[in-house]
Design a protein around this ligand. Structure first.
Ligand SMILES: *Cc1c(COP(=O)(O)O)cnc(C)c1O
Length: 382
């Protein structure tokens, strides 16, 4: 559907009415196997690990939204990451990874893949020159998150992808925080886009899933083979929930962005807050880059509580609308302390985050209610 706009493709790409019944919504094909007329003669599906029509619809839709030729879905974001590693890396290879990535990504590279002979080093990806300097002859992948989690630093996708190409390394962008509504890495030169569909794509905190999108046929073929061979595939109901979620992605992301900017401005002016991180603030040190490579700044805001860890812990137990929970990207607002929750696995490592840091996933509730909730919680935290 190359001629339609983003919102139209979110609703229609891969989601034509069901050919068998006319159902307007793609059915949940809850089956493990498919009848064959003769040996090997079937309608494109034989066994549901290899393929399922509900999953195909989601894979087609996500490829369209990221502007890629191929989409592949997985049982979780980390299953998608594991499949990339299994498909594209071997013992002796090196991965150059951002130094402010999702804690589970750090754990996968350091605690699982290192043992198998795949080494990873971590670098501040805000500066493309530092990335270039940290490349090694064995570097096969550059792994970027932008904006990063939880400090919302940006990486210049176009500049770093070009550096990777000169070196013969592929650039993977974890686009979970921005979603394709706010950022499309393939158009900026990245080779592979990864998502935890658990977050903004699903959008309702009711499903765990992952996806990979690429336009390179050879990379896609290796990923497709490994998707089936390693088997970290999602079930049809989970695919259906993500499909349902992406229909409203564009409108949700607009509201997430609007609410997040209001929350960031409110926090900037609050005496109990020493620092606010949001790429949509003109005061963000990489605001120019944000405007260049993003369309909208998503709903993640982090800030440092003036009273450090104790104040942060008091604050997150006092909000009423902001629910204290890990994860992000749902319609409801969440609050957490990364150092003690999502990023506990990087404590003591170079990726450690400030103890007084509070991360918000700003939802799409009425913004005045969100501001009032933060106001009363910050007052109590003083
Ligand atoms: C949640 C998350 C992941 C991991 O995804 P799961 O679906 O939880 O496996 C990876 N990257 C980022 C940025 C995330 O937020």
């Amino acid at each position: 559907m190359p001629d339609y706009g983003f919102s139209t493709r979110a609703i229609h790409a891969g989601q034509e009415p069901d050919p068998a019944t006319g159902a307007v919504i793609v059915p949940i094909y809850q089956t493990s196997t498919f009848a064959q007329e003769a040996v090997g003669v079937h309608k494109g599906y034989d066994y549901a690990r290899s393929g399922n029509p509900t999953r195909t619809a989601l894979e087609t839709a996500l490829a369209s939204l990221e502007g890629g030729a191929h989409g592949l879905c997985f049982a979780s974001g980390l299953a998608a990451e594991t499949t990339i590693a299994l498909a594209l890396l071997r013992a002796g290879d090196h991965v150059l990874c951002g130094d402010d990535v999702y804690g589970g990504t750090y754990r996968l590279f350091k605690r699982v893949l290192e043992d198998k002979g795949i080494s990873t080093s971590f670098v501040d990806t805000r500066d493309p020159e530092r990335v270039a300097a940290a490349l090694r002859p064995a570097t096969r992948l550059i792994w970027l998150e932008t904006p990063t989690n939880p400090l919302l630093k940006l990486a210049d996708i176009a500049a770093i992808s070009a550096i990777g190409h000169q070196h013969g390394a592929l650039t993977v962008v974890d686009n979970t925080f921005a979603s394709p509504a706010c950022q499309r890495p393939l158009a900026l030169g990245a080779d592979i886009v990864l998502h935890s569909t658990t977050k903004y794509l699903g959008g309702h905190s009711d499903v765990v899933g992952g996806a990979v999108i690429t336009s390179q046929d050879e990379v896609a073929a290796r990923l497709r083979f490994t998707q089936n061979a390693a088997g970290a595939t999602p079930g049809p109901f989970d695919c259906w929930l993500v499909l349902r979620g992406i229909k409203t992605l564009a409108i949700r992301m607009r509201q997430h962005g609007e609410n997040a900017l209001a929350v960031a401005r409110f926090l900037q002016g609050h005496p109990a807050v020493t620092q606010v991180f949001y790429p949509g603030l003109p005061e963000h040190p990489q605001y120019d880059l944000a405007c260049r490579q993003m369309h909208g700044f998503s709903g993640m805001v982090s800030f440092v509580a003036a009273g450090g860890a104790p104040a942060a812990h008091r604050l997150v137990s006092r909000t009423r609308l902001f629910t204290l929970a890990e994860s992000l990207g749902g319609v409801e607002s969440l609050i957490e302390v990364p150092a003690a929750m999502t990023h506990a696995s990087v404590a003591g490592s170079p990726l450690e985050v400030p103890a007084g840091l509070v991360r918000l996933s700003v939802g799409i509730e009425d913004v005045d209610d969100l501001l009032a909730d933060l106001e009363q919680a910050l007052e109590a935290a003083d």
